[in-house]
Design a protein around this ligand. Structure first.
Ligand SMILES: [Zn+2]
Length: 135
């Protein structure tokens, strides 16, 4: 089976992926205005360049999703169909992520999801939350 392709960190995302490799999902909090980001070099609210990493809760709300039935990479051919979507973290930033686990095909916009490891790789995957709702 072909390995799933993983993103290659760039200057802005190095800390984000290093934290994932260590089993943590982190955000970057702008030291000037407090806005939460995922992987940036400059705050898009105040243009600040200083950030402090902080752990994210791992909980998010599905903003948008899709079901993929055609493999665009050989690594996904035996895994079809797969789900992915844009999730909004409780802290605010949004990211595209695989939607995995039991019930992945019942995931829809507005549902609460939580972070899970994805094949031990530096990918943030989410599944339906087992409890609680977003307030
Ligand atoms: Zn800022």
């Amino acid at each position: 089976m072909t390995d799933i392709p993983v993103p290659q960190p760039d200057l802005a995302s190095t800390n984000f992926f290093a934290a994932l490799d260590a089993g943590r999902l982190e955000i970057l909090r702008c030291d000037n205005c407090g806005t939460a980001h995922l992987a940036v070099l400059r705050c898009d609210v105040c243009a600040g360049i200083a950030f402090t990493p902080e752990p994210a809760s791992g909980r998010a709300t599905v903003y948008s999703f899709t079901r993929v039935h055609i493999a665009h990479h050989p690594a996904f051919a035996e895994r079809l169909p797969v789900c992915g979507g844009i999730v909004e973290l409780e802290e605010g930033p949004r990211l595209f992520a695989p939607l995995l686990g039991e019930g992945a095909f019942s995931i829809g916009a507005g549902l609460v999801v939580e972070l899970i490891p994805a094949d031990g790789r530096m990918i943030a995957g989410f599944r339906l939350a087992t409890q609680g709702t977003r307030s």
